[in-house]
Design a protein around this ligand. Structure first.
Ligand code: BGC
Length: 246
């Protein structure tokens, strides 16, 4: 297999892609971003993916997709921040038939976690490592001595009047007009709850918000080591491309 794979990270708000050297985790192209359509049906998402394939001149070649839902054997089994038509939808077969290329699909947070584990903040880390991506939702990726426990959904823990991602995601920060200390307090409460459930050795804060880590790190009061992701918003693309080589 070629060492270059197109990684596409489909998100609730934006869909990003780049050609990745899967041996080094580096981009060998520019990153291209499209707004995820409001009405994010399979057909609408397929249409921006087709645009991306044309942009990268990537017809018929290997693609790794990250997708914001529980993914089991190529099926999308949930849909929190994406159109409900994706629930129990055979995403891998649909893309294969429509795009006519070899491809894989993995949960977006699991892909970001893989990238951080191989090429970023969690490199060489042993024990239990949890990556949380704070974006439109909260995604989670759990590793035990380097092995992924797929499809954890720590953004969907029951919390206050709804679920954790409604209080501590980047979307919640913006929607509730939280300043950094207020946001840090919300996130710290969620982290304490997760710590009670898992006692992870290390927690990595990922997603675009990891760039502002210094603004809220002082709010944390947990036992686990807590560090920002290194690959920021690119982790999902890199991990999705890498996953297709496994
Ligand atoms: C979804 C997860 C996803 C996360 C980040 C959550 O709402 O349930 O599957 O990983 O958002 O996109």
């Amino acid at each position: 297999m070629s060492k270059h794979v197109l990684g596409i990270d489909i998100g609730g708000t934006g869909t990003k892609g780049a050609i990745v050297n899967v041996k080094t985790g580096e981009f060998v192209s520019d990153k291209i971003k499209y707004k995820t359509p409001e009405e994010s049906t399979p057909k609408a998402i397929l249409s921006i993916i087709k645009n991306m394939i044309t942009d990268f001149e990537w017809e018929g070649k290997q693609i790794g997709f990250g997708f914001p839902a529980i993914i089991k054997q190529g099926m999308s089994c949930s849909a929190a921040n994406i159109h409900k038509d994706w629930i129990d939808f055979d995403i891998a077969t649909y893309f294969e038939e429509e795009l006519d290329c070899p491809l894989t699909v993995v949960n977006d947070a699991d892909s970001a976690g893989l990238a951080e584990l191989l090429f970023g903040a969690a490199k060489h880390k042993k024990g239990s490592v949890l990556l949380l991506t704070l974006g439109t939702g909260i995604g989670s990726a759990l590793f035990v001595d380097g092995r992924l426990v797929p499809n954890t959904e720590f953004g969907h823990l029951k919390w206050k009047k709804s679920i954790t991602e409604d209080y501590a995601s980047n979307r919640a920060r913006k929607a509730n007009n939280l300043d950094w200390p207020e946001f840090g307090k919300e996130l710290n409460a969620v982290l304490n709850h997760i710590e009670l459930l898992l006692s992870p050795d290390c927690i990595i804060i990922g997603g675009g918000i990891s760039k502002s880590f210094d603004e809220y790190v002082d709010c944390f009061d947990i036992k686990a080591e807590i560090i920002p992701a290194e690959l920021k918003n690119n982790a999902g693309i890199i991990g999705a491309a890498y996953y297709s080589t496994l």
